[in-house]
Each structure stands twice: as structure tokens, then as C-alpha cells.
Design a binder for this molecule. Sequence first.
Ligand code: NDP
Ligand code: DXP
Ligand code: MN
Length: 506
Amino acid sequence: MGVRSSRPPVPGGNRLRQAAGDGARGSGAAAAGGSIQSLAGEPKGEAEGPLKSIAPVAAAGRRAQEPAAAPAAGSTQPPLSEPVRGDAGPSGCRGAGGPVAGRRREPGPRDEAGAGTGVVILGSTGSIGRQAADVIARMPGRLRAVGLAAGRDGARLLEQVRRLKPEVVALEDPEAGRRWKPVLEREGVRVLVGPGSAEVLATWPGARRVLSAITGAAGLRPTLAALEAGRDVALANKESLVAAGDLVTRVAAARGVRLLPVDSEHSALFQCLQGRRAEEVERLILTASGGPFRGWSREALARVTPAEAVRHPNWSMGAKISVDSATLMNKGLEVIEAHWLFGLPAERIAVVVHPQSIVHGLVELVDGATVAVLARPDMRQPIQYALCYPERGPRLVERLDLAAAGMLTFEEPDTGTFPCLALAYQALQAGGTAPAVLNAANEEAVAAFLAGKLPFPGIAETVAAVLDRHRPRPVTGLDDVLEADAWARAEARALLAGAWEAGRAE
Ligand SMILES: NC(=O)C1=CN([C@@H]2O[C@H](COP(=O)(O)OP(=O)(O)OC[C@H]3O[C@@H](n4cnc5c(N)ncnc54)[C@H](OP(=O)(O)O)[C@@H]3O)[C@@H](O)[C@H]2O)C=CC1
Ligand SMILES: CC(=O)[C@@H](O)[C@H](O)COP(=O)(O)O
Ligand SMILES: [Mn+2]
């Protein structure tokens, strides 16, 4: 399929060497450090040898990583209007209809005292975090911000403190923390500073629900910490499921807590699956906008700039996910995310390009009917649903006017020009540590591209080359994921440095 490459990425100029050494702040699953130890469990995802080829998904056989809880056709699953739970469902883990959910039996998230559900936002200063802050501010009495964790944007955090009046905030970056701590404390809020502070906030006592919206594998430890502490997690940070889906879903099941999708496609699928039984479901279909370069040639892609790549046609998002959308890696990460959230194998998770981003997710039922969720592209709806689930909140987003929307179109993804989607399917099928490697190599390559040190096609080439060199191992605990993540970053950086050398020699 022309997507695998053992060549180094295309040289991106004489600053490439720096790309090898200065990955984004806090990048990597191990970045925050902290207290979560390896969580042992049965090995899963055992795969043989290095990744061999990028096979079309439809042609793939049963994957080593196919989840134990995947519902088989004809199985007797309970109704799926309620998340599958440890004491009510067959698996206590994922099922085609429920988010990963556990043993607790309770009506909804509202606080009995009437003050509203306590929420911690991890990544409050980012795109998702800011929209979540808006949702919370507009739902007084239903939702209440208990804690806000940011990376380094103290100015934005200060605004949020003034608007939302949380008990506690965190700044992960020590320098920003030193600068902003006294200013924030004058507002009467507790301030945690330094690596690991988001993880502490993830377990803060007054919160029932944690919104995980840090970018990248840096969100993994805080997500696990929240689940370990018994919090329902509204999950935007798809990278934690990509890197450690088996671990994350097992921790959620063991602690009896919910993993509620925030990602727009997964929220749509989750909404489509309410009230369904697993045996009714044939396939999940994720829509992809196609990104800003849909229809472009490979030659044209070689010249795109970071500014062009982050200009998404329909969504305003952080830089990393915007680049992922442009490469179609975002959709690949989402296929893996859907696999872990809903327990279906790769063969039953499809992608269709839908440039208008009005239809977000579709569920094909066994009798040939297809159900879908349509909405204007506005993340406040899925964020609100995840924070309020199983209840619904008032409408905060503009009504969808179908006549004004006009044509809704659909087409096949161009995996020849945009190989990242196929690479993600390949990693999912390989199982074990392969998705963590895919994710980490991608994070490094995207950071290098955004820094102007790698041409756009070099992102896919770097990921393909690192996957090519990887021999997937089973994931038995967090340490396996962290090790694979660190290995992939080192490989990607070495490739980037090598490409720079080659570029200089030319
Ligand atoms: N944006 C969207 O519409 C969607 C996003 N998602 C997912 O949600 C997640 C967040 O995306 P988005 O909001 O766009 O990203 P942004 O880059 O806009 O925001 C990232 C947030 O994470 C914080 N952060 C970054 N690194 C660290 C770290 N090491 N420790 C603590 N905090 C950190 C940033 O802090 P600061 O800015 O203060 O440095 C910021 O608050 C991603 O996983 C993305 O894939 C999923 C679907 C849609
Ligand atoms: C809003 C959201 O969920 C993003 O993940 C979005 O899907 C990105 O758009 P693409 O469909 O272009 O990847
Ligand atoms: Mn999405």
C-alpha cells in the first residue's frame, strides 16, 4: 500500500537536529512522574515479531489484542441504555453500548446538596478545557468547578479562577508556577505547582467527575490517578486510551467507575448506542472531516506549513490534534479509542470522510438500519453530555439547521496520500505495545513539524519507520507502556537527527 517506509523522514532543514532533542514540554507518558505503580494483569496483545505490513483492515484476521469483553454476535448482553457495570453487566467493563463503567449504582452525577456535581478539569486552559469551563459556568447548581489544572498558562488560569471560583488549581510547569502562585493565591485559591500536580488534582476529594483534557500521553498518569481514586472520567485525552487502553479500561472496571467519551465521534456513538443491546450492533462508523488538505496531492503536501496545518476547516482545536486531523492520524487514534471504549474489533470500526462535520458518528445495526448523531460542530455538547451523564443539560449550542447546512457528503478516506490512518489500524491489529509506540512516535514527529523542523509528509514517514523497528510486547502494566513510549520517542528523535544529517550532506 505504499505506506510503510524504512526511509528516514524527509530532511527539514538545518534545524532538524534540535527536533531530536527538544520534544514538547512534558511530552511522554512518563513526563509528569508520580506515584502510580505498574498495575499488573494478564498479558494481552501479544504479537509476533516486528510489524510486517500495512494490511487493509478488511483483510485482517482476528487480532491478538481483541478484547476479552468484545460482545459476540448473538450474545445475551443487557440493555445498553445504562453503562455496563460490574454488578449489573456481563463484564463490568466495556460493551458495545456503555462507556467503561463499574460497580457503582447511582442515578446520576448531581450532588445531593444541590451545589452541583464537583468537577476537576485537567487541561483547563486548552481548547477543551476552556469550553468545559464555559459549560460549567453556564450550568450553576448542576456543575461546579472544584479544581483546574493547567500546564503553564497562568494568565488564562487566573481568568478561570475569577470566573469559576475553584478550591484548588495546579500549574505543572515549575517556572510558570513560581511566577503565578502568589498572584493566584491572592484570589483565595489553593495553588499546587510542579510536575505531578495535575495528578494530585485528579484525586482531589471534592470532585466526583474528572475531565481529562491534557494533550498527549502526558495525560495518561492523571487519567489513571483519577480512575484509581474512584472518579468518573470524562475523557477527551484519547492518547491515554491509545497508549494504554487495556490498562485504563481495566482500572476503570476494577474501581467501578465510568469512562465517558468526550471526543465528538465517540460521544455520538455513545449516544447512538443508548438503549441498544450489543447483539444489535454490526459496525461503528467514525466520520472524518478529511482535514485542511483533503484532495491535495503528495507533492503539494510536501510544502505545507504548520500555520496551514493547524487551520482546521470546521473545528478550533489545540495545535497537536489539529495536525493529527490534517494527517488523518487523529482518525487512526480515534479508531483505537473506539475499540477500547466500545469493545469492538478493528474490523467492525470503519471511517468515512464527511467534510461538513455535521454527522459525528454512526452505528450500523444488524438489520441494515443505521443510526447517527448530527449536530453543529461544537464541542460543548459532547463535553456537557459527559459531565451530566446520564442526564442531559439545557441546550448551550446553536440549533442545527439542516436546510442551511445544505449538502452532507461522504467519501472514502485517501489512505494512499494520508498513510497515518492505515498505520493506526496496523498498530491496533499488532496489539501490545504497538499503539503506544505509534502514539509516541507521532507526538515527537508532530512536535518537530510544528517547530518547523520536519516537513509534513515526514510525520507519517517517522511513525512508519519507528513502527517498522518495533517488536511489540504484551502490556502487563504501566511500566510496559512507559518503556514503549520512551523507546519510540528515542527512535523518532534518532531518525529526525539522522534525517538532518542526510539533509546536510545533500
Ligand atoms: N480540542 C478539541 O476540540 C478536541 C480535543 N480532543 C483531545 O483533548 C485533548 C486536549 O486537546 P486540546 O484542548 O485541543 O489541546 P490544547 O493544546 O488546546 O490544550 C492542552 C491543555 O493541556 C495542558 N497541558 C499540556 N501539557 C501538559 C502537561 N504536561 N501537564 C499538565 N497540563 C498540560 C495545557 O496547559 P497550558 O496551555 O496551560 O500550557 C492545556 O491546558 C487532546 O488529547 C485532544 O486529542 C478530543 C476531541 C476534540
Ligand atoms: C472535535 C473532534 O472530535 C476532533 O477529534 C475532530 O474529529 C477533528 O476532526 P477530524 O475529523 O478532521 O479529525
Ligand atoms: Mn474527534
